[in-house]
Design a protein around this ligand. Structure first.
Ligand code: FE2
Ligand code: FE2
Length: 252
C-alpha cells in the first residue's frame, strides 16, 4: 500500500460506490484508470490478431491466436467492471480517444495497427506483455477496488505465460534473424514500451496512489522494467539501447 493511501487493498466493493459511501471523485478516477486498462488489453488483442494473420510458422501462429483469445478475455473482464459502474464499452472507448494518441499508448497503438509477422509478434510481446505483467502484478493486484484486484489476479496467470513466450521468442529471434535485426527492432520498440508506463508525477497518478488504486508511480515501474530488460538482453549478448531521461523517452 502506498504511504498515505486512504484505502487498503481490496477494501472497496461496487456497493460502496453505488451507495455513495465513498467520495465521488474516487469513482471518477477509477473509471478513467479502468478505461485505460481496458483499452490497453483491447489494442493488444488487435495486435495479436494482426500478427496471427501474417505469420506462416504454425507454432508461432498458434501462440498468437492463443494470446489473442486471452487478451480478448482480459479486455472483456475490465469492460465488465466498467459496466458495473455504469460505463458502456463504447463510452469508455470514447472517453479514451485522446489517450490513444498519447505517447504512453504508442506501443499498444503501433502493435494494433502495424504488427506484422515474427518481428511484430516478438516486439509486441516484449513491449506489451512484460510491461503489462509489471503494471498488473505490482499496481492492480493490490488495488483498493476489490473487483480490479480480483481481475488482476485472473489476468496475471496468463500474462506470465505470455511473458515467458516473449523471453523465449527473443532468444529464437536472435538465432533466426540475427542480433542486428533484433537490436534494430528494440531501438524502435523499447522507448515505446518504457513510455507505456505513462508520465511520472501526474495529478492523475497522484490521485490513483492516494486512493490505493495504484501502488507505485509510473517512473518506478518503468525503472523496474528497464532493469529486468537489461538483464534479459544481457543474457542474449544484446545491449539495452540508451534512452533519454525525460518522458516521453526516446533513443539517444
Ligand atoms: Fe492482457
Ligand atoms: Fe498479454
Amino acid at each position: 500500500m502506498p504511504p498515505g493511501a486512504q484505502f487498503q487493498p481490496r477494501q472497496i466493493e461496487p456497493d460502496d460506490l453505488l451507495a455513495g459511501r465513498i467520495e465521488a471523485h474516487y469513482t471518477k478516477v477509477l473509471r478513467r484508470l479502468l478505461g485505460a486498462h481496458a483499452l490497453a488489453e483491447k489494442l493488444t488483442a488487435e495486435g495479436y490478431r494482426r500478427a496471427a494473420a501474417t505469420l506462416s510458422d504454425p507454432e508461432l501462429k498458434r501462440v498468437a491466436e492463443k494470446n489473442l483469445a486471452e487478451e480478448l478475455k482480459h479486455a472483456a473482464l475490465i469492460y465488465r467492471l466498467l459496466e458495473e459502474l455504469g460505463v458502456s464499452e463504447q463510452s469508455a472507448d470514447r472517453a479514451s480517444i485522446a489517450l490513444r494518441r498519447a505517447p504512453s499508448f504508442e506501443a499498444p497503438r503501433c502493435f494494433a495497427e502495424n504488427a506484422q509477422g515474427e518481428m511484430g509478434l516478438l516486439m509486441g510481446s516484449v513491449s506489451l506483455d512484460m510491461t503489462g505483467l509489471i503494471m498488473i502484478g505490482v499496481n492492480y493486484r493490490d488495488s483498493s477496488y476489490a473487483p480490479h484486484a480480483r481481475a488482476a489476479e485472473a489476468i496475471l496467470e496468463e500474462e506470465a505465460d505470455h511473458d515467458e513466450f516473449g523471453a523465449g521468442a527473443l532468444r529464437v529471434a536472435v538465432d533466426r534473424m540475427g542480433a542486428g535485426a533484433v537490436a534494430e527492432g528494440l531501438r524502435i520498440w523499447l522507448p515505446m514500451a518504457v513510455n507505456f508506463f505513462g508520465p511520472p508525477g501526474s495529478g492523475f497518478s497522484f490521485d490513483c496512489l492516494r486512493y490505493g488504486l495504484k501502488q507505485k508511480d509510473n517512473d518506478e515501474l518503468a525503472g523496474l522494467f528497464i532493469s529486468l530488460m537489461e538483464r534479459r538482453l544481457g543474457q542474449l549478448g544484446l545491449e539495452m539501447p540508451r534512452l533519454s531521461r525525460g518522458y516521453p523517452h526516446t533513443i539517444v
